[in-house]
Design a protein around this ligand. Structure first.
Ligand code: AMP
Length: 209
């Protein structure tokens, strides 16, 4: 099963992707998480990406596309994958289609998790993330309940950067919903529900395939 999870920052893409990964036994590929790992390891890519991420801007398309191309080539993607946080621009969406065509593959589900902006601002500015597994909590916890890792507040979850990320989402990412809708590939899920309810809606879409 090859799944794309779309939606604004804070919609719950990462949380749902982690649950789907367990249920479906396919990898969860988060470009944001890949960058956070590179930044923590202070690699050249990480240091380059940091300049954009810290300001809430997007990392240039070609860099992200190359990362995804490389990642989709791994054997663990043979049975499918969940893409979270990619594509984020129309160029990335077009490049992804070209890449999948090249690999003789098709996306089976393109799902948009929609949610009102005021809920997002509240969620993002109240968000605690695990350094190890990227799990997200909306209440302060001392250690990650899932893996015991340390908890931190992402630098890009500060109110000022959150506003910039939402603006970037509205200007650059939201238009790709039309790209998929025009081709009748987009399916909507209401993200303003409990984690379990959102998962159920997603599973309903997926099991139709
Ligand atoms: P996320 O964890 O998905 O919220 O991503 C965190 C940050 O990483 C974003 O605000 C961007 O700066 C960068 N990033 C992640 N995915 C992409 C992408 N597909 N294109 C460009 N930048 C990205």
């Amino acid at each position: 099963m090859r799944i794309l999870l779309l939606g604004p920052p804070g919609a719950g893409k990462g949380t749902q992707a982690k649950l789907l990964k367990e249920k479906l036994s396919i990898p969860h590929i988060s470009t944001g998480q890949i960058f956070r790992k590179e930044m923590a390891d202070k690699t050249e890519l990480g240091l380059f990406a940091k300049q954009f991420i810290d300001k809430g801007e997007l990392v240039p398309d070609q860099i992200v596309v190359d990362i995804v191309r490389e990642r989709l080539g791994h054997d663990d993607c043979n049975e499918g994958f969940i893409l979270d946080g990619f594509p984020r621009t129309e160029t990335q969406a077009v490049e992804l289609d070209a890449l999948l065509t090249e690999m003789n593959l098709k996306l089976q589900a393109v799902i948009n998790i929609s949610i009102p902006e005021e809920v997002l601002v509240h969620r993002l500015s109240d968000r605690f993330t695990c350094k190890e597994c990227d799990a997200i909590y909306n209440e302060k916890v001392d250690k990650c309940i899932k893996c015991g890792g340390d908890i931190y507040t992402r630098a890009d979850d500060s109110p000022q950067v959150v506003r910039e990320r939402l603006q970037v989402y509205n200007n650059r990412t939201q238009p790709i919903l039309n790209y998929y809708a025009r081709q009748n590939r987009l399916q909507e899920v209401n993200g303003n529900q409990t984690v379990e309810e959102v998962l159920q809606e997603i599973m309903k879409i997926i099991t139709k395939h």
